[in-house]
Design a protein around this ligand. Structure first.
Ligand code: NAD
Length: 360
């Protein structure tokens, strides 16, 4: 089969890890008889430097026209000026909104051979297999008004936390569907004791839960969830939460797996999750940032990006056997002892990828 994939390597270690992930995709293409056409575009800080915009209309149009988008990471100290007209992160938010990818899926699995790389006690990490589903296009990051002003001689800043019922219901339904293929448990995380938007979130979660009685639903306050992720992560299956809570909890959850460099993510649109049938759009990226401290050294862990390719194959291209082939190869490579520096080894980004390719 033939597919078009837009590559947005971005900044810092982004190009390093995306370059290696493409080598893995090429091996999959030749092994399974597919053709992947890549269309590489600038996004983030590099796009600001070249075009004066973190995401150009042309790049967004190219992304929309493709079967899936693979992103590295954006940002870095060069573009950190808070007063700058444009920032790499703005491009990322505009890309998510433009593609309509409303749900971000982050699987967190602890590989048994990496238990010692995590700061948590080994007994806490046994059987950890969590899927965090984060709402991605609503909430505090997008709500209007969003502004700064002078009021009564004081500087004031406003962000707005806003959710419509349909935004909550579609991500909730997705979480229940995903839980059905797993341990059949959904933990809906909110702050319903304080926030009105969370009270709507909880009400609709309960409603969707009633329509899906075969899946167990529990409600949890975000502060409790932050604690449970550390004290009892093995009890959790699917966690579903709003945009900012999800942003914070997913980074916390990444610690369980030993390194930021290990974890993939998939951001899906209604089409991507089967709610409509016109396209299968999805945006796939590792959960880490551009890691300016190690950029250019060739030592970044490529696994988060390589596993993001597995999610791309699974969700956008509907190639399950190919996806599993990558996931199994990564598992076997780790079991065989291959390690980059972040997980206690000496392999370079390229050498780690070579090892994974040997196992495909
Ligand atoms: P980061 O994820 O880039 O790095 C955090 C730490 O983890 C660093 O020590 C880094 O070296 C390490 N690390 C990250 N990925 C790694 C990998 N693949 N292999 C080995 N080590 C890895 O987070 P940060 O330092 O807070 O942010 C750096 C820049 O990235 C900032 O400009 C930030 O805005 C941006 N950022 C972008 C995204 C994104 O593009 N989605 C996400 C988070 C941060």
């Amino acid at each position: 089969m033939k597919f078009n994939i837009t590559l947005l390597p971005g900044d810092g270690i982004g190009p390093e890890v995306v370059g290696e992930a493409v080598r893995v995709l090429d091996v999959i293409a030749s092994k399974f008889g597919h053709i992947f056409n890549y269309n590489e575009r600038l996004m983030g800080g590099c796009s600001i430097d070249k075009y004066g915009s973190s995401l150009t209309d042309e790049t967004l149009a190219d992304c929309k026209a493709s079967d899936a988008v693979l992103l590295g990471a954006v940002g870095g100290p060069k573009w950190d000026d808070p007063n700058a007209k444009d920032r790499p992160e703005r491009g990322l938010l505009a890309l998510r909104k433009g593609l309509g990818v409303f749900a971000n899926l982050r699987p967190v699995k602890v590989h048994p051979a990496l238990i010692d790389s995590s700061p948590l006690k080994p007994e806490k990490l046994k059987d950890v297999d969590i899927l965090v589903v984060r709402e991605l296009t609503g909430g505090l990051y997008f709500g209007q008004p969003k502004m700064r002003e002078m009021k009564d001689g004081r500087e004031r800043a406003v962000d707005t936390l806003e959710y419509y019922d349909y935004e909550i219901c579609r991500v909730m339904e997705l979480a229940f569907n995903l839980a059905r293929g797993r341990k059949k448990k959904v933990t809906s995380v909110d702050k319903a004791n304080v926030l009105e938007s969370s009270r709507l979130w909880r009400q609709l979660a309960t409603q969707v839960g009633r329509d899906n009685p075969d899946v167990e639903l529990e409600h949890m306050l975000v502060d409790t969830a932050a604690m449970k992720l550390i004290t009892g992560p093995a009890w959790m299956d699917v966690i579903v939460t709003e945009n900012m809570f999800g942003d914070i909890l997913t980074d916390e959850a990444s610690v369980l797996a030993g390194s930021m460099g290990m974890l993939p993510s998939a951001s899906l649109s209604e089409a991507g999750v089967g709610l409509s049938h016109d396209t299968r759009m999805g945006l796939y990226e590792p959960i880490h940032g551009s890691a300016p401290d190690i950029a250019g050294k060739g030592i970044a862990n490529p696994i988060g990006t390589i596993l993001s390719c597995a999610l791309l194959l699974r969700y956008s291209l509907k190639l399950e056997a190919e996806a599993m082939s990558i996931e199994n190869a990564v598992g076997e490579t780790i079991t065989a002892g291959a390690r980059t520096a972040d997980i206690g080894g000496k392999l370079t980004t390229r050498q780690m990828t070579d090892e994974i390719i040997k196992h495909i």
